[in-house]
Write a protein that binds this ligand. Structure first.
Ligand SMILES: Cc1cc2nc3c(=O)[nH]c(=O)nc-3n(C[C@H](O)[C@H](O)[C@H](O)COP(=O)(O)OP(=O)(O)OC[C@H]3O[C@@H](n4cnc5c(N)ncnc54)[C@H](O)[C@@H]3O)c2cc1C
Length: 423
């Protein structure tokens, strides 16, 4: 099952060779998704002499980084009041501000490195499509304002002017989101880190991560620093089964839609869109005028299992189609060209983290709860600062070295669609 993104990313290029045998490096990174690639990028920028080896079980961008909804957004999965209770108000605000700044950082690096990822920073629209959702929208805007952040409340006319969906009462709009072609971003980033001198070994599965080494199917990478950047696939690694819960998000895409459709539907600035329902849905107008639309709600698989066959659940893809058509009835009859999905990683306390254990040299980042496109960039910059030993405003953000509880690999039903209660 191919995604829209892999069909429209341009040539994949030849597969990169696997690890040739035992190798020495300064930093070994496991996983060539955004987290691993951004970490390598900022490490080499900080110290161009570093020898960095990335081992990737499949190919760069194979995981969620090549399949996602393409929202590069300042969203934090952890609600601000919860962050404030855990870390204090100033730390919560600093974390949110860092995420907001990260959106522009991704855009700036993409431009500077010539990564053509269809970047369009039109912000994100969260539609209110019932009286209850409108109340939720108003409460969310008031909450953001109470922390000094700008979440604009749009009345019905203004909201409809931006997005001609059905049953619109109003919306919240945040400017801090760009629509991207996720796989082009991942592949462009992989090419960029290679140009910098990092070596990516594809088709090379890490079997064990330990202090000073990564044992793989083809040999061992010995390095004083080992970075785990495996997100939703983490439970497959020995000793990491309970670190994150892998939850599947599924997507569909339409054929390119005619001008008459877009005259009604709007999204002229390629605003990403969702609504205030509890089950997560997300959409974007692509650069070639399709709708790419996704949602959670795929079944959780016993024992935190991750399998390629879980990427496709016909009933969920059908439900996504029905939801999309209820938002835009003019789509009835439009051809769906793609349906796909993939696992993302949910930290059990809904709190992402990026950290380094100085005693062992083991570093990690993830648990982004489906908001990892921008967060992985912040993680990469943070891990680079930690590994090169620089104390910066990033290394004191409250997610640094945060340890989420390692609960049962089988959390209770319905857990993954809404945050568990706050501590
Ligand atoms: C369908 C979907 C839609 C999403 N939409 C959005 C969105 O719109 N906005 C947003 O912010 N986030 C979204 N997300 C989440 C976001 O894509 C992820 O948070 C982000 O891509 C995580 O990047 P990563 O590099 O940490 O993990 P991944 O991209 O999953 O990369 C992990 C890599 O590690 C490799 N790997 C795993 N195990 C091993 C091993 N043992 N040895 C070697 N390599 C290994 C995998 O092959 C993979 O390439 C979505 C996710 C999905 C699945």
């Amino acid at each position: 099952m191919t995604s829209l993104w892999s069909d429209t990313a341009g040539g994949a290029g030849a597969p990169r060779p696997p690890l040739p045998g035992d190798v020495d490096a300064d930093v070994a990174i496991v996983g060539a998704g955004y987290t691993g690639l951004w970490t390598a990028y900022y490490l080499r920028r900080a110290d161009p002499g570093l020898r960095i080896a990335i081992v990737e079980a499949a190919h760069a961008g194979f995981g969620a980084s090549g399949r996602n909804g393409g929202w590069c957004s300042g969203l934090l999965p952890t609600p601000l009041p919860k962050l404030e209770r855990m870390h204090g108000r100033a730390a919560a605000i600093a974390f949110q501000q860092a995420m907001i700044d990260t959106v522009d950082e991704v855009g700036a690096v993409a431009a500077a490195e010539g990564i053509d990822c269809d970047w369009a920073k039109g912000g994100t629209l969260d539609l209110a499509r019932s009286a209850a959702q409108w109340r939720a929208a108003r409460a969310e805007a008031a909450l953001a304002a109470s922390y000094g952040f700008d979440l604009h409340l749009l009345g019905r006319a203004e909201a409809l002017d931006r997005c001609g969906a059905t049953s619109v009462y109003g919306a919240t709009w945040s400017e801090h989101c760009a629509a991207v072609h996720p796989l082009r971003l991942a592949r462009g980033l992989a090419a960029t880190v290679e140009r910098q001198g990092t070596v990516i070994y594809e088709g090379t599965r890490a079997l064990e991560l330990a202090p000073g080494r990564v044992r793989t199917t083809y040999g061992t990478v010995r390095a004083p620093y080992v970075v785990r950047a495996t997100e939703g696939y983490t439970p497959d690694l020995p000793g990491h089964r309970r670190d994150v819960v892998p939850v599947y998000s599924l997507m569909i895409a339409t054929e390119p839609l005619p001008k008459a459709f877009w005259d009604e539907a709007g999204l002229d600035r390629r605003e990403t869109f969702t609504d205030h329902r509890r089950l997560v849905i997300y959409g974007q107008r692509t650069a070639d005028d399709r709708l790419a639309f996704g949602g959670r709600g795929a079944p959780y698989h016993f024992g935190s299992a991750v399998r390629p066959s879980y990427d496709s659940v016909p009933a969920v893809h059908l439900a996504l189609r029905n939801t999309l058509t209820s938002l835009f009835p003019a789509l009835d009859g439009a051809r769906l060209t793609h349906a796909w999905g993939g696992p993302l990683g949910i930290a059990r306390d809904w709190h992402p983290s990026a950290g380094l254990d100085r005693a062992t040299g083991l570093a990690w980042a993830g648990g982004y709860v489906g908001d990892g496109v921008a967060a992985s960039n912040l993680a990469g910059r943070t891990l680079a600062d930690l590994i090169t030993g620089h104390e910066t405003p990033l290394t004191v953000l409250p997610w640094v070295n945060h340890r989420s509880p390692a609960g049962s690999p089988n959390p209770s039903a319905g857990w993954a669609s809404t945050p568990p209660s706050t501590p």
